[in-house]
Design a binder for this molecule. Structure first.
Ligand code: CS2
Length: 506
C-alpha cells in the first residue's frame, strides 16, 4: 500500500542515516534482540504470498524462533503480488526489520531475520512460479486478505468472472492472482512428477484451508479435469487460526523505531504482545517443529476459527463502523466509551450460543481478554483500516452468526445494528456530511445503490440486503430485513453514538 511507503526516514544523530542491515547489527543497542542464528546458513522452505505487515508480525516471528532453535531449512521467501513497496523498503536492509511490540508498559523491539528475500510477482512472474515449483518449497503460505481469494464470500466458491481469474485462465504463465500462481506451480510439479507443496492460508476466512482448497480445485478444473483430480488427491490445505492485531505502520512508527534502534528501519511492524496460531496438522511435504515455537497443532481448527471470527473480528468490525461514524479514530479510543465497550461485549455474547467449542473452552475469559486487547492504548489501530473490505468480511464475521441465531429462534438486534453501521458507512458520507473514503472491491456498486436509495432506511436497507454475494438468502429473510431496517432507521435518526448508548445490552 503506497501510504505505507517510507517517507523521510529520520536521521539518527549517532549513526547518521545508517540503515538497519546485516553489517550494522552490531551497532544496535545491546538490549535489542536480533536473529540468534547465522542467516547465511538458512535455506528457504516456505514461500509466502502477501508479505504484508500481518505476516511479518506473526508467522515470520514464529519461523524466526524456529530458526533460532536450529531449523535451518525453513527460511521464508516472501512475495508481493503487485506492489514493490515492501521489497523496495526491505531489500536495502537485507530483509531485516523490526518487530515493535507495544503495550501500556512500553515497547519491546526485536529484529526479525526469517525473511531471506522478497520477490514482486508482477515484475517476474516466471521467477516466482519457478520457486513455487521447486521441490525445496514445501509450504506455500498466504495472507492475501479476503478479497485476494477471488471468491464469492457468501458461498466460498471461485468467482469465475473475477477479472484476475479470467486473466489467469488465459495467461497461465503470467498470472495475477494468488490462485493462478498456486495452480500453475502445482501443474508444473505434477508434470515433473514432484510431490506438491502444502498450501497454508493464514487469512481470516471461515475454514480457510478448506475454502482455498475448493477455490484452487475449481480454478484448476477450468484448466484441466485431471489436474483438479490430482490436486484433490495430493495437495493438503490445512486450516489455521491466526491471531495478532497489527495496525498499519505509520511514519510516526518508523521515526520512533528508527530512533530506538539508532538505525533507520524503512518498514518496521508494530503489534501487540498477544499472538496465537492454531494449525491443522496435515503437512505431507513436511513442516517445521511448530510446537516448539508455541504453535498449537490440532486435527480440526474450525471451532477456533469460528470463535475468532465471531468474537474478535465481529466485534472489531462492529466497533470499526459504529466507532468511525461516532467520530472515533482508533479502536482503543472507541473502547474508552463504556457504551461501545458494552456493545462489543454484547456482540461476543450473542455469538457464543452459535459456537460448538471443545469442552473446557473458556469463552467468557476469551471475550474478556479481547476487550482488554482492543483497549491497548499503545496501538493506533484505525477504525477506518478495519472498516475496509466489509463486503468480503461481513459474511463470516456477522452474518453467519445472524443466520445461526435465527435458526435457534434468537433475536438478532445486536448484529443488526453492526450491519446497519456498515450500511450507513458505505453510503460514503459521514454524520457530519463529510466524505468517507470507502475501500472495498464493491465500493462503486454500494455507492450506486446508496445514491439511488437515498438516506432513507426503508429503501437503503432492503436494497443493500439484495447484494447476493454478501447476504445470499439471509438478505431475503423478513426477520433480517426488519431488524436491519429498524437499526438503520435509528442510526439515521440519532447517529451512531446515541444508537450505541441507548442500545439495550443484556
Ligand atoms: C481486523 C483483523 O482489519 C481487520 O479486519 O479485524 O485484521 C484483526 O486485527 C486480526 O484478525 C487480529 O488477529
Amino acid at each position: 500500500m503506497s501510504s505505507e511507503t517510507a517517507k523521510n526516514p529520520p536521521a539518527d544523530p549517532k549513526n547518521g542515516d545508517l540503515r538497519l542491515s546485516e553489517a550494522n547489527l552490531d551497532r544496535l543497542p545491546g538490549q535489542i534482540r536480533r536473529p540468534a542464528y547465522d542467516r547465511s546458513r538458512v535455506t528457504p522452505g516456505i514461500v509466502h504470498l502477501g508479505i504484508g505487515a500481518f505476516h511479518r508480525a506473526h508467522q515470520a516471528v514464529v519461523i524466526d524462533d524456529l530458526l533460532a532453535g536450529g531449523a535451518t531449512d525453513w527460511g521464508i521467501v516472501g512475495a508481493s503480488l503487485r506492489s514493490a513497496d515492501t521489497r523496495d523498503a526491505l531489500a536495502p536492509q537485507d530483509c531485516l526489520y523490526t518487530l515493535a511490540i507495544r503495550s501500556g508498559e512500553g515497547t519491546d523491539h526485536r529484529i526479525i531475520g526469517s525473511v531471506l528475500a522478497i520477490e514482486v510477482a508482477k515484475e517476474k512472474p516466471g521467477q516466482l512460479i519457478a520457486r513455487l515449483a521447486n521441490p525445496a518449497t514445501r509450504i506455500v503460505s498466504l495472507t492475501v486478505t479476503e478479497k485476494g481469494y477471488c471468491h464469492t464470500p457468501q458461498t466460498g466458491d471461485l468467482d469465475e468472472h473475477h477479472p484476475d481469474i479470467a486473466h489467469d485462465l488465459q495467461n497461465p504463465d503470467t498470472p495475477h492472482s494468488a490462485i493462478g500462481f498456486l495452480v500453475t506451480a502445482l501443474a508444473r510439479r505434477r508434470i515433473a512428477g514432484e510431490p506438491p507443496f502444502t498450501v497454508l492460508s493464514c487469512d481470516n476466512l471461515s475454514a480457510n484451508g478448506h475454502t482455498v482448497g475448493r477455490i484452487v480445485m475449481q480454478f484448476a478444473a477450468l484448466r484441466s479435469r485431471d489436474l483438479a483430480k490430482w490436486i484433490e488427491a495430493e495437495v493438503a490445505f490445512p486450516s489455521t487460526m491466526v491471531d495478532r492485531i497489527v495496525p498499519e505502520t505509520t511514519d510516526a512508527d518508523r521515526a520512533a523505531v528508527s530512533s530506538a534502534l539508532g538505525l533507520i528501519d524503512a518498514w518496521p511492524v508494530v503489534t501487540e504482545p498477544f499472538t496465537q496460531w492454531i494449525v491443522e496438522d496435515r503437512f505431507p511435504a513436511g513442516r517445521p517443529d511448530f510446537a516448539t515455537a508455541g504453535v498449537q497443532l490440532v486435527s480440526d481448527v474450525t471451532p477456533f476459527e469460528h470463535m475468532k471470527l465471531r468474537l474478535l473480528n465481529a466485534s472489531h468490525s462492529a466497533l470499526a463502523y459504529l466507532g468511525y461514524l461516532a467520530g472515533f479514530e482508533t479502536i482503543a479510543a472507541t473502547m474508552t466509551d463504556e457504551h461501545f465497550a458494552a456493545f462489543a461485549r454484547q456482540v461476543m455474547q450473542d455469538a457464543a450460543p452459535t459456537l460448538a467449542m471443545p469442552r473446557g473452552t473458556d469463552l467468557a475469559g476469551y471475550s474478556a481478554s479481547l476487550l482488554q486487547r482492543f483497549s491497548n492504548p499503545a496501538l493506533h489501530h484505525r477504525t477506518w483500516q478495519i472498516a475496509m473490505d466489509g463486503s468480503q468480511k461481513l459474511p463470516q464475521r456477522l452474518l453467519a452468526t445472524m443466520q445461526d441465531r435465527l435458526r435457534l429462534g434468537l433475536p438478532i438486534d445486536t448484529h443488526a445494528l453492526a450491519v446497519a453501521g456498515w450500511m450507513r458507512y458505505v453510503t460514503g458520507t459521514d454524520e457530519q456530511g463529510h466524505a468517507i473514503d470507502v475501500r472495498d472491491p464493491l465500493a462503486a456498486k454500494l455507492k450506486a445503490i446508496a445514491e439511488s436509495a437515498g438516506p432513507v432506511a426503508d429503501r437503503l436497507a432492503p436494497a443493500l440486503l439484495e447484494v447476493d454475494s454478501i447476504f445470499g438468502t439471509l438478505g431475503t429473510d423478513p426477520r433480517m430485513r426488519s431488524a436491519v431496517t429498524e437499526a438503520l432507521t435509528n442510526l439515521f435518526k440519532v447517529g451512531a453514538r446515541q444508537a450505541v448508548q441507548t442500545f439495550r445490552v443484556a
